[in-house]
Design a protein around this ligand. Structure first.
Ligand code: ACM
Length: 545
């Protein structure tokens, strides 16, 4: 008797568990929607399905049709709203920006949103409800394009859901930058932070200062292996490393991102991380003309070469920003501000005289003054300055948004002072860290350990903040620094599936975050990444990561 009830219990539990897994696989939507109510039945897409759309959603509808044309072989018709049936994208008032509602029945698919972004995200969810083959480039015979019946209500938790990409340490081709952006959109990210200038290379053409790319976009060779500070122990590859984006390339990428509801936030580093710029235009140097400029940096680490804070340098960087503003409609412009070693400023009689003349206390206030010139410049042109958390030192510029990378403390201080914040702490969002504790099983990385589970556990809103202060946390983003990522495939290996975990942190309500549930949906999602030809890192089943 006892045996029988134990058996019954065992099987009831395992049947329920099996049902959970089946449901998770049937509705493997990532990031997890706010409300998802499964229903029986399915809608089957075929060559005669019509996509009806409100005028504001016509472009989103056409993009969807183009996106699924290759795998399905269908060339679906887009029409104004009419009779029930097929796929209907209806603009309704009252839903939040980026929010959507989705109903799938055997008769059709109904999307409601108030913004094109909301309709776009609804269709990204529809694609995730279809078989993973929907992400292939080429048709696959015999696939039934079924969308399981469901009711979904969805909206993002944070307005800033981003990924940064450093194209300066290693240049990434334009086509790859587009692929990175496309993958972000498929994961409902909405910010691409493009790290364009560094000690090791300047990657954006500026008409007024052509030497920035003629001279600054090439380094003669690159350090091989892990960073060692002793020059006698450094080994180089002997190969020139070059690359930059023309202004036409930039326009193309910005438009490509906009079509996918992604804002491209450009970063132009100042006053530090400027060795390539100083080499291209030696008058920017903080040392006297008699000291030769150092070339474009060939090793990793932080360069001591820093822009001098003269009026001429300020004007130079504002000229650069003028062209940047023409290219990037982003409300935010990132001016770096991190890791500006002040040794050259301390040693320079000119900079010391400048500090005195401006009535400043020290080099930190000098940096703050420099950043303030950019803040005023950008604010007058209707944009907002964003910088790494070092911009807090020496006084934060009035309108600045802070990107908190040295932990959460900078973000907490900025939010308490009433400034907006993007969280980017090294501990959870630096995807240049190792993905395993056993480093011998991984390609060379900068250090650290950040696996998928740790990313999934990241909470962007610190408990130290009051609800009013917490409103300043716009969201968070991943960092992809590429010192040890020499090519796109390597970037993908470091980015995925950690970005998959991060999107659920940033989109889904904290109460819906459940790592066990995520792990049930993830295998289906990895099949999507296979179809998209993403070189993601495999999860180590049953082993400590
Ligand atoms: C940084 O990692 N230096 C922002």
């Amino acid at each position: 008797m006892r045996l029988i009830s134990a058996l019954a219990l065992c099987c009831a539990v395992s049947t329920a568990a099996a049902q959970d897994v089946a449901t998770a696989e049937r509705y493997a939507v990532i990031p997890r929607p706010v409300v998802l109510t499964p229903a029986a039945g399915a809608f089957t897409l075929n060559a005669t399905t019509v996509v009806q759309a409100s005028p504001a959603f016509r472009a989103v509808a056409r993009r969807f049709v183009r996106d699924i044309a290759n795998p399905t072989g269908f060339d679906l018709r887009v029409t104004p709203l009419g009779a029930a049936g097929g796929i209907r994208l209806r603009q309704v008032p009252g839903l939040a920006n980026e929010a959507y509602q989705l109903d799938v029945t055997a008769r059709g698919i109904e999307v409601r949103a108030s913004t094109a972004a909301g309709a776009f995200y609804a269709l990204e969810t529809v694609k995730q409800l279809l078989p993973p083959a929907i992400y292939r480039d080429a048709p696959l015979a015999g696939v039934l394009w079924r969308v399981p019946a469901v009711h979904i209500e969805d909206a993002p938790r944070f307005s800033w859901r981003g990924s940064h990409l450093d194209v300066a340490r290693h240049f990434m081709p334009k086509e790859y930058v587009k692929k990175h952006i496309d993958l972000l959109a498929r994961h409902k990210f909405n910010r691409f932070h493009w790290h364009l200038t560094e000690d090791q290379g300047w990657r954006i053409a500026i008409r007024k200062y052509p030497r920035l790319t003629e001279v600054g976009a090439c380094r003669e060779q690159t350090l091989v292996g892990p960073y060692v500070s002793d020059p006698a122990k450094q080994v180089f590859d002997g190969k020139r490393h070059c690359g930059f984006y023309t202004q036409e390339d930039v326009r193309e990428i910005v438009a490509y991102a906009a079509e996918r509801h992604i804002t491209v936030v450009p970063e132009i580093e100042m006053p530090g991380h400027a060795q390539a710029a100083v080499h291209a235009y030696p008058f920017l140097s903080s040392l006297r003309d008699s000291v030769p400029t150092p070339g474009v940096m060939q090793v990793w680490g932080v360069s001591p070469w820093i822009l001098n804070p003269s009026d001429r340098s300020v004007a130079f960087m504002q000229d650069v920003l003028t062209e940047v503003l023409e290219l990037f409609p982003s409300p935010w412009i990132h001016i770096g501000g991190d890791e500006a070693i002040k040794d050259q400023w301390k040693a320079s009689p000119d900079v010391q005289a400048r500090i005195t003349a401006l009535g400043l206390k020290d080099e930190h206030e000098m940096q703050s003054w420099f950043i303030r010139q950019m803040d005023t410049f950008l604010t007058q042109r209707g944009r907002r300055l964003i910088g790494w958390d070092e911009i807090l030192e020496g006084g934060l510029a009035e309108n600045a948004t802070v990107m908190s990378w040295r932990g959460m403390a900078g973000g907490i201080a900025a939010a308490k002072a009433g400034h907006d914040v993007v969280m980017a702490p090294g501990s959870h969002t630096y995807f240049d860290h190792y993905q395993s504790q056993d480093k011998t099983r991984e390609p060379l990385a900068i250090g650290g350990f950040t696996n998928v589970e740790k990313v999934y556990g990241f909470e962007p809103v610190p408990t130290e903040l009051t609800p009013a202060e917490a409103k300043h946390i716009l969201g968070a983003q991943a960092q992809l620094w590429t010192e040890y990522m020499p090519n796109p495939k390597h970037v993908e290996y470091m980015a995925y599936p950690r970005l998959v975990a991060l999107t659920e942190v940033l989109w889904s309500p904290a109460s819906r975050r459940d790592y066990a549930d995520f792990l049930q949906r993830l295998p289906v999602h990895l099949r999507r990444l296979d179809a998209l030809d993403v070189n993601y890192r495999r999860l180590d089943e049953g082993r400590v990561q």
